[in-house]
Design a protein around this ligand. Structure first.
Ligand SMILES: Cc1cc2nc3c(=O)[nH]c(=O)nc-3n(C[C@H](O)[C@H](O)[C@H](O)COP(=O)(O)OP(=O)(O)OC[C@H]3O[C@@H](n4cnc5c(N)ncnc54)[C@H](O)[C@@H]3O)c2cc1C
Length: 497
């Protein structure tokens, strides 16, 4: 593991999509920065960012129904969806910039056009989808959204979800053809490869960060252990990004910063069903989202997805949520228990008390038999053949438990950037929306930790090249939204409507 420099400007912990994206942005803004990236595993993009560990949604909050709750009066609140929708534009802009510089030679190496759909059955769900469509299609961000209750039309869009369905069952669907499928593992590899080509960047695999201590000068002593020899080395960094996925909580605690006190984590594991049979996969080209079961965490909305990974098309269904006390797929069963401290025990207990429905849901999922799991797939794809599907284990998602004055503890399903008061270290907690908003998260880190550089004589001119709509709220500016989508669709070879 010997490092070329013992005093890098920046240490990135973890080689997933988040560190790779932040490293890429920082190097674009200030090529002279020295950056060291440390990763426990033998390669980058092997945990949640690995293609089969996530769903690869170009999470544009197009058709995922969990982002659009129904109000008591029956109307639908699309405000959260709009935020996530336009955060994905930030990622598209960065990827477009990188295709322009040649850092990403061909976008088809990681992103493919793939229509996104919502699909429901039953009068109540149809009324919800109709109200949702009314609200969304009136907004410029959802220009081009289609709606149908006609089985023949829906079968044109996605035949497998209609064939064999009970006659007379009312159904409805919406579709956005400008959606995408993203291989975040491939993208992580492209970004890290781009970083390695630049002077002043080093990546160290099989190198686990085991301690974080502040020195008297305000720098961070980052102690790294070689996972084979157990030899330890310490580097001193001006700025540390804890992008360790599920393990970020543990490292935040290890840093000892007061801002991290009280945070806890709740891991949710997942199982997919996967089909690689070409005769089936060539008949489905969409990501089709249904309605989540009562009590389920929002990211457990079942979906039947086209995945394009390494040039091969497969189908993926799920996730079936489950429980494992690991914080990473390659983690330890003791992760959850080691994360419990006297600072977060009260928030953890409060969350357990307030989330009985979630606990019941997870227990139900864990106890679900394989045949019951398959029956859930058949609700979507009635003619699915058991022999053509196999189980695949998804990545771990560690949901944030944060201290709350009134309720003691809150369970959050988003992501959160937790910086030290002096902005010298920042941890990224949470998992959803995730990889698809990595570029937006990188800009949040810039705003929080590098605010002094965001000036006309500093990074702003370059930032506008990376993110042409920097400072513009795309949910309000229809023309800017249309323009960036047309440009990024062209560069990334996506559909534009
Ligand atoms: C089932 C599932 C479905 C999902 N679906 C989607 C989706 O459709 N769209 C979407 O946008 N997002 C999705 N996500 C979320 C997305 O996968 C994550 O938000 C994203 O991959 C997180 O990236 P990361 O870089 O923070 O973490 P990771 O990819 O987990 O990388 C963290 C890295 O840190 C390393 N590490 C940990 N501890 C240390 C240490 N002490 N020292 C050194 N290295 C360390 C790990 O080995 C790992 O490589 C999904 C996640 C799951 C689990």
């Amino acid at each position: 593991m010997p490092t070329q420099t013992e005093t890098p400007d920046v240490v990135l912990i973890g080689a997933g999509i988040m560190s790779a994206t932040l490293g890429t942005v920082l190097k674009e803004l200030e090529p002279g920065l020295s950056i060291a990236m440390f990763e426990t595993l033998k390669d980058c993009g092997q945990e949640s960012s690995q293609a089969w560990n996530n769903a690869g949604t170009g999470h544009a909050a197009n058709c995922e129904l969990n982002y659009t709750p129904q109000r008591p009066d029956g109307s639908v609140d699309i405000s959260k969806a709009l935020v996530v929708n336009t955060e994905f534009d930030v990622s598209r802009q960065l990827w477009t910039y990188l295709t322009g510089t040649g850092a990403i030679p061909d976008p088809r190496a990681f992103i493919h056009p793939c229509p996104h759909m919502s699909f429901v059955w039953g009068p109540e769900n149809i009324a919800f989808l109709r109200a949702r469509y009314r609200e969304m299609s009136a907004h410029h961000c959802y220009h081009g959204m289609e709606y149908s209750e006609d089985r023949a039309k829906i079968a044109e869009w996605a035949p497998l979800i209609i064939e064999g369905r009970e006659e007379g069952q009312p159904v409805a669907a919406t579709r956005i053809v400008s959606g995408s499928d993203v291989d975040y593992g491939a993208l992580t590899h492209l970004l890290v490869a781009g970083l390695i080509r630049q002077p002043g960047f080093e990546v160290h695999y099989n190198s686990k960060v085991v301690a974080l201590d502040r020195d008297s000068g305000g720098r961070w002593k980052v102690t790294v252990e070689d996972t084979y020899s157990r030899a330890r080395e310490t580097v001193s960094a001006r700025f540390v990004f804890i992008g360790a996925g599920g393990a970020s909580l543990e490292l935040l605690q290890a840093s000892g910063i007061p801002e991290g006190r009280g945070y806890g984590g709740f891991p949710v594991s997942g199982i997919w069903l996967r089909c690689d049979d070409d005769a089936v996969t060539r008949r489905h080209h969409a990501k089709v989202y249904g309605k989540a079961a009562t009590g389920s965490p929002p990211m457990s909305v079942p979906h039947l997805d086209t995945r394009i990974i390494g040039g091969k098309t497969s189908l993926l269904f799920g996730p079936y949520a489950g429980f494992s006390s690991k914080f990473l797929k390659h983690g330890s069963l003791t992760d959850l228990f080691r994360s419990i401290t006297h600072d977060n025990i009260i928030p953890l207990l409060d969350v357990a008390r307030d989330n009985v429905a979630l606990t019941e849901y997870l227990i139900g999922q864990v106890l679900q038999s394989a045949s019951h799991q398959f029956a859930v797939l058949q609700d979507f794809f009635p003619k699915a053949n058991r022999n053509e599907w196999k189980e695949a284990v998804a990545g771990q998602r560690v949901q944030i438990i944060k201290p709350d004055r009134e309720r003691g503890g809150l369970l959050e399903f988003g992501t959160e950037v937790v910086p030290a008061a002096d902005k010298s270290i920042v941890a990224l907690l949470g998992a959803s929306p995730g990889a698809s908003t990595a570029a937006f998260i990188a800009t949040e880190v810039l705003k929080v930790c590098f605010a002094d550089r965001l000036t006309e004589s500093g990074w702003l001119p370059k930032l506008r090249k990376l993110f042409p709509t920097w400072g513009i709220d795309l949910t309000r500016h229809a023309e800017a939204c249309r323009k960036t989508r047309a440009e990024t669709a062209r560069a990334l070879k996506l559909e534009y409507v």
